[in-house]
Design a protein. Sequence first.
Lengths: 121, 111
Amino acid sequence: EVQLVESGGGLVQPGGSLRLSCAASGFTFSSYWMHWVRQAPGKGLVWVSRINSDGSSTSYADSVKGRFTISRDNAKNTLYLQMNSLRAEDTAVYYCARDPYPGALSAFDIWGQGTMVTVSS
Amino acid sequence: NFMLTQPHSVSESPGKTVTISCTRSSGSIASNYVQWYQQRPGSSPTTVIYEDNQRPSGVPDRFSGSIDSSSNSASLTISGLKTEDEADYYCQSYDSSNPVVFGGGTKLTVL
């Protein structure tokens, strides 16, 4: 079964750090571009970051640029999101998602179940 | 940067047809594919339409997608509405400067 399972969410104080993981199974992880998408409570979907299949190219939303880092370990079939200098407005469910297309055409065909990140003192 | 604008909410009765619009603020809607995602309460999103008008396997043919260059918008049409279609629906596209852009989402109520 094709599956993405996120972990690593939790409660963190403003200014703190957290690393999210997304374990992939049931497909050749190293062949796919991957994304992180977040959703604040009661709000819509917001794209966060993207990484290409070998990890050599990344993109970020302006709101997280310089604070978040996306990476992957293809040997471990795992996607990561290192989040530093966290702010209250980063509070959201974070989803990892598979992109069925390499390159500029972006879409999502598989989503994880999400992991909740709460930034609060 | 461009935006995708959706109605905040729509409602319709079971068995009827509803159309959700997604209007692109700048650049041509036809230049880049549009996807549609369904998100039921408490669940992750799933794809109902990709590449403007293609349905993934398992999505009923009651769901269809189209684009209209004259209004620079995409539309998701759901016919024969069922109570299980009640969900939030998001359109999504991209361009060379913006890897991913989501619409704000539309809450569909089937009553």
